[in-house]
Design a protein around this ligand. Structure first.
Ligand code: F0G
Length: 465
């Protein structure tokens, strides 16, 4: 096993010295190496990665280089993350890179949601189309690469499900073992089953996500395991490429708004960092407003901004069926506050009914997503109502996870069970037109034809463009 501090490791003799540095987001002190808990040794705050070489790049040369790589078929060019390697921390050798050809995710139009919201230029950047079905893969390819480079045998994370699925896959590809800490009974079976199949040592702890993360932070101080939560700044570097790829897809014309779900707040921080760096380098000439949407039952950032002006974290006891974002004590809250304020974005909470409705609507577009991703469309409705987003503005919703990540939620919704015996059971009837429960029939031609005719009569306009 490697020694317990990343700073004790010396690079291979032939390697180029790294040009990137770790900078504390609190006291701004800069170091060449980070301790295993990825916290500043002076003030205990989180670290971010900076590299002066990023600023020395010519923006139009970068744009054509990245576009050209889309026609090449080397593994690194096929990755929608490493394709942008000029703005990522460089590993000592490309041989260390662990990739599953992540990124290169589609940007979809949402014609039905466009009509219902009145926002003509409405898009979904679907990160659920990554190899393990969530946006985590974009960050994991970078962080797993640096774990492998540092010689770690074990990597570990606390997770609401997607991080663990992604980490387990990249660890397996990179020849490392993985330790998963998840809250017992509070993550979807689909995500848990991924971690099992990819060979993780999976521990279901009798606590919530925040409890799992606390324990992991202690663990890394006592055992030589490399932590792959988004506290690890290499993760956020990889997740920056979501924004690079999005802007490339929009021919470098920034949208007016980017709306992203918020849980532990790593992803919003990464997207914001990318936007600010792109502006500084000259890849874009103005900033989109980056807004974060949370479930009302897990709305720590909403409250932190509203009640404490973003100055101190207001933790909450989280409760939501969107289990991916069932987080009450988000680790990257300060990074998120910074980028929201820098881009002029805002933060809102949405109800369980609003999440279920938005998820069914995104499903009806033929793309689908998991519940946590659907907060974006629900949030857009709220921001339109408040006048923060205008109908004539362009909006990109970041869909973070695939529909297949949480089949229990989807089945319960369509069967009409999702809100049974909850305070929302009465109002949930309003969502009935969006439900498509399965019907059990005798296996005869007549019954199927009758059912078909009934369906046509009861909803003749459904799905017509
Ligand atoms: N959407 C999905 C599908 C997620 O899995 C997560 C976080 C988020 C949104 C929120 O992103 O934490 O960067 O603000 N999932 C983590 C996990 C916590 O363990 O899989 P965030």
């Amino acid at each position: 096993m490697p020694s317990t501090s990343t700073s004790e490791r010396t690079p291979a003799p032939s390697a180029q010295p790294a040009t990137f540095r770790f900078r504390c987001i609190g006291c701004a002190s800069v170091t060449e190496a980070a301790a295993q808990d990825f916290r500043c040794s002076q003030c205990g705050n989180l670290l971010e990665i900076t590299d002066p070489s990023w600023n020395a790049k010519n923006p139009s040369a970068l744009k054509s280089l990245w576009r050209e790589r889309r026609t090449l078929d080397a593994a690194l060019d096929l990755s929608g993350v490493w394709r942008f390697r000029e703005l990522l921390p460089a590993p000592q050798s490309e041989r260390n890179i662990v990739t599953l050809r992540e990124g290169n995710t589609p940007l979809y139009e949402l014609p039905q949601a466009s009509r219902s919201t009145g926002v003509e230029a409405l898009y979904a950047k679907h990160q659920g189309m990554n190899p393990t079905g969530s946006f985590k893969d974009a960050g994991m390819t970078v962080a797993a690469t640096f774990a492998r480079q540092a010689g770690y045998r074990w990597v570990a994370c606390a997770s609401t499900g997607n991080t663990s699925a992604s980490m387990a896959a990249y660890a397996a590809r990179g020849g490392m073992r993985s330790l998963v800490l998840v809250p017992e009974g509070k993550i979807s079976w689909s995500k848990l089953s991924q971690a099992l199949d990819y060979g993780a040592l999976t521990c279901q702890l009798r606590t919530d996500f925040d409890g799992c993360l606390r324990l992991l932070q202690e663990l890394v101080r006592h055992a030589p395991v490399y932590q792959l939560n988004s506290i690890n700044p290499f993760r956020l570097e990889g997740q920056k490429t979501l924004a690079l790829e999005l802007l490339e897809q929009l021919e470098w014309n920034p949208p007016d708004h980017i709306i992203v779900p918020g849980g532990n707040l790593g992803n919003s921080s990464a997207i914001g960092k990318a936007l600010l760096e792109m502006l500084e380098i000259g890849l874009i000439s103005r900033l989109p407003k980056l807004s974060v949407i949370q479930a009302q039952g897990a709305n720590a950032l909403v409250r932190t901004l509203r009640e404490a002006g973003g100055k101190q974290l207001i933790s909450v006891q989280p409760e939501t069926r969107a289990t991916a974002i069932r987080i009450g004590n988000p680790a990257s809250w300060q990074k998120a506050v910074k980028v929201l304020q820098a881009t002029g974005g805002c933060c809102e909470g949405v109800s369980e009914l609003e999440i279920a409705q938005a998820k069914a609507e995104i499903g009806a577009e033929g793309i689908g997503c998991e519940p946590a991703s659907a907060v974006t469309l629900a949030g857009l409705r709220k921001l339109l109502h408040q006048g923060f987003v205008k109908k004539q503005e362009s909006v990109v919703l970041v869909l973070t996870g695939n529909l297949l990540k949480d089949p229990d939620f989807t089945m319960a919704f369509h069967r009409g069970d999702l809100f049974k015996e909850t305070k929302d059971s009465g109002e949930a009837a309003l969502l009935d037109p969006l439900r498509h429960p399965p019907v059990v029939l005798d296996a005869t031609l007549d019954t199927v034809i009758q059912t078909l005719e009934q369906a046509e009569k009861s909803n003749p306009t459904q799905t017509h463009a």
